[in-house]
Design a protein around this ligand. Sequence first.
Ligand code: SF4
Length: 220
Amino acid sequence: MPRSEPATIAPSSEPPRNCPICPRLVAYRDANRAAHPEWFNGPAPSWGDENARLLVAGLAPGRQGANRTGRPFTGDHAGWLLYATLQKLGFARGTYDPDGQDDLTLVDCLITNAVRCAPPGNKPETSEEANCRPFLTARIDALPRLKVIVTLGDVSRRNVLRALGLKASAGIAGHGSEFAAGPYTVLNSYHCSRLNTNTGRLTPAMFEAVFARAKALIEA
Ligand code: SF4
């Protein structure tokens, strides 16, 4: 279990520990609890700075990532590149440990997921995205200084747009796309998954460029 505590946030921004809304994901959660009672095995709480101007929105927790450790992007492959990049751009401070046993803190940044429970095969169903979207909307609404949202992957991009009451077609797909969404600027990146990084679809330089742009927008 991570030493770092999840963010303290309004109840409506985070689902309850035993959120019952998605039957398939509840069954998966129960199976994981039975097999690994020492894991977190619940909706992964958002984590970071409540006054953040940058929100990073992933898709869903990995089974052995946030579902295991209870902290977004902590414990699976994606966390290495994400946290290294956030550290490089000054959005994170401290040392990252994949078990969350670290002193890492986020600076002007908060991380959440469009779907809070780990889905089988890392693939949530459309209905599960819709079920969890009110929490994403509330999460966005609860950030008083938010300026920029970085979406990791196109499913995240679409969910963020819908959470803001917009159509998915209101945004531009693809890595590095940038567009206004309500009062925010959305920057889309390929997801920092093992598949994307191992195949070279997403390089560290490409990923870093997105967060450098986010920093420039925030500081403009
Ligand atoms: S994915 Fe979201 S809505 Fe579905 S059970 Fe988990 S927390 Fe609840």
